[in-house]
Design a protein around this ligand. Sequence first.
Ligand code: SF4
Length: 62
Amino acid sequence: MQSTNHNHPVSSATQDKPNGSEKCSNCIQFIPGDTSDANGECKVVAGSISPQGWCTAFSPKS
Ligand code: SF4
């Protein structure tokens, strides 16, 4: 049994892995941590954000 379409209570569903080439480290909303591997923060999603993460609010830097 598997659930493939469950909804999250927040508007921007976050995941801790990239969505193809899209990931937090190349998103305009990402605020990097101390190193390129460290978790940072996001301007629109609360909490500690992995540079390898992704969410539906992804916006490419350029
Ligand atoms: S908006 Fe989403 S994809 Fe972009 S940095 Fe924040 S959590 Fe990552």
